[in-house]
Design a protein around this ligand. Structure first.
Ligand SMILES: [Zn+2]
Length: 436
């Protein structure tokens, strides 16, 4: 096979494959023609594209082509901790304590962990990432911007009760730093969660005009805290010394409480494991309004393996409502969450999330591909042309997944389904380059 990045990389590239698919459909067999800058000139069956003698040809007749994938919720700086079991009897607070003890703290160690996370992401076919950068500082963001993924580094901030003003002070500093992140990795902000951030902090974060991510409706304890200001999460705030008597609950779900604030900025909401009917109604209204007004949308990032790791859904509760949300026009991307929750120590990839949802729920492969590409790009504010293979797109990477009988493929949908039923690792035909 020719090397796509070999010495004659300035010529157009013709890739001949068993099939190709993106969020908008697929073709089999497929010829994908890209110019030297990586822009798609055409994608179609061989007779549609015709002869292109001026182009270099790469032939992968047993492979399905996909655009590089979008992992809309990761914690790359936790990669060095590695996969760890969750002890349900000890509970979430004990788990969070383990993370605090084990997470890298020195800037060099944080950068090393992010680097390991990017390598694992590339092994899994990720080209674009929404990374939650913990520890307040810019070490994770600085590391990410010098590596080869595109996306957003969301700087995480905490602040509720007695700690809310300090969190807001940090946000004011962050706003002035964001202007220097103008390349393939943009700076975002992540108020951590509904039980660790107050409304004033959320409002200040939304007013920064940066991409915003947060964690909402992850556990039943969080729903209780938002309703009554009580339960294990209230105890946690007392333990860490930030409790204030003003935190008495909002008599609302986390979505009802915070969506009016988040609708101003747009947001990528991780999890949404426990949503009420009225939450879905509100999310659908905000999605419709964002589409009408052409502003940044609010959507969900579902991390199926992480949700299962923490025991979602608890007995008696409904499963995740990702399909219903998408049918109602709410973007739902896929995320991995951190390596700690995963069963793939070598890779961080939403391809594994797609495989889980296809096998467990029978989810439609083309819907899953849309979640793993354009929905993720939409929520990160990434140009959609980086997540597709249509004419004029500039995919952030080009993947090949080898199929057992590529020459027998007659339909791109069937090829995608086969790719989700197997555990084959994807390989890059064109690797992500971040800032070239
Ligand atoms: Zn997370």
């Amino acid at each position: 096979m020719d090397r796509p990045d070999g010495p004659d990389a300035r010529r157009a590239l013709r890739v001949e494959a068993a099939a190709a698919a993106d969020a908008h459909g697929g073709v089999a067999p497929a010829v994908l023609l890209l110019d030297a800058a990586g822009e798609v000139l055409s994608l179609g069956r061989p007779e549609m594209v015709g002869a292109t003698p001026e182009a270099r040809t790469v032939s992968v007749p047993n492979s399905l082509l996909l655009p590089g994938l979008v992992n809309a919720h990761a914690h790359l700086d936790l990669t060095s901790i590695g996969p760890r079991p969750f002890d349900a009897a000890a509970g979430f607070a004990a788990w969070a304590g383990m993370i605090r003890r084990k997470r890298p703290a020195a800037p060099e160690a944080i950068a090393d962990s992010v680097r390991a996370g990017v390598e694992a992401s590339l092994r899994g076919g990720t080209a674009i990432v929404g990374d939650i950068a913990g520890n307040r500082g810019l070490a994770a963001a600085e590391a990410l911007r010098h590596l080869s993924l595109r996306g957003v580094s969301y700087i995480e901030v905490f602040g509720i009760g007695a700690a809310e003003d300090a969190g807001i002070g940090f946000l004011d500093e962050l706003g002035s730093l964001a202007a220097s992140f103008t390349g393939a990795v943009r700076l975002g902000v992540s108020p951590h969660a509904s039980y660790s951030c107050g409304d004033r902090l959320y409002a200040r974060a939304a007013a920064l005009g940066l991409p915003l991510a947060t964690h909402l409706s992850e556990t039943l304890e969080e729903l209780r805290f938002n309703r009554d200001g009580e339960g294990p999460l209230a105890d946690l705030l007392r333990e860490v010394g930030v409790w204030s008597d003003e935190v008495v609950g909002w008599h609302a779900t986390p979505i009802e409480r915070l969506l009016p604030i988040l609708a101003r900025s747009g947001a990528a909401i991780a999890h949404g494991n426990y949503l009420e009917h009225r939450d879905l109604d509100r999310l659908a209204e905000v999605a419709a309004e964002a589409a009408r007004a052409g502003i940044s949308p609010v959507g969900l990032v579902y991390c199926p393996r992480a949700s299962a790791y923490f025991g979602h859904p608890i007995a008696g509760e409904p499963p995740h409502r990702y399909r219903e949300l998408r049918e109602r026009g709410v973007p739902v991307a896929l995320g991995t969450d951190g390596m700690v929750c995963l069963d793939t120590p070598d890779r961080l990839s939403v391809l594994d999330e797609m495989r889980l949802l296809h096998r467990r729920d029978g989810a439609d492969p083309s819907t899953l591909l849309a979640m793993a590409t354009v929905d993720g790009a939409t929520l990160l504010g990434e140009p959609l042309e980086h997540a597709g293979l249509a004419t004029g797109d500039r995919p952030a990477g080009l993947l090949a997944i080898d199929l057992p009988n590529g020459r027998g493929v007659v339909d791109a949908g069937a090829a995608l389904q086969t790719a989700l039923r197997l555990d084959v690792e994807p390989r890059w035909l064109l690797e992500p380059r971040g800032d070239p």
